[in-house]
Design a protein around this ligand. Sequence first.
Ligand code: ZN
Length: 203
Amino acid sequence: MATHSCQPVTCQNGDVNLDHVFVCGSPALDFAATLRARRTARFEMLATPDRLDAWYVESGIVDAVSPSREIDVEQATTLREALYQLVTARRLGDDYDKGALAVLNSAARKPPAVPQLTPSGRWTAATPEEALSTVARLAVELLSGPDVPLLKECGNPECTRVYIDRSRGTRRQWCGMDSCGNKIKAAAYRARKRTTHTAGKRP
Ligand SMILES: [Zn+2]
């Protein structure tokens, strides 16, 4: 299978941003959000081994990762779906799904990426499995930690990202202004303008 191909539907959609985005306040939540627009378009950000490797490095979890294979993508997306299920359960105060817990804990039990000190600073090189274990361990910390009451789903109904709201008075409405806030505000502005325009035309 070609590793650089992407699904035609996503390539033709000008709204879809292929860059990985880190706006959720925790790499574990950013990872859970790599399936975008879960209720509508369901756009896969980890479609190929290359994209997964890029995520591990861009997230800052590792400085270098040995090349992933298709099986690593499968394991990563399986963990991601379990993680999203657990985050959602925690956010809504529901019970954890046992299968999802087993997937997360099994990944967390494996050896993680280990940082090393070098003359030029910290360097973390890992295998995909080690990088995935680090994601799972971060998720365990997040879901058992003090940020749980701050978990919020983005106010853009299409977005479905869950983020940690550390804003004063926990008033943050969007995963990010660039990713969603500005889009929604512009849509609201257009809708208001349309209403005013239509209202002005009435006799
Ligand atoms: Zn959003």
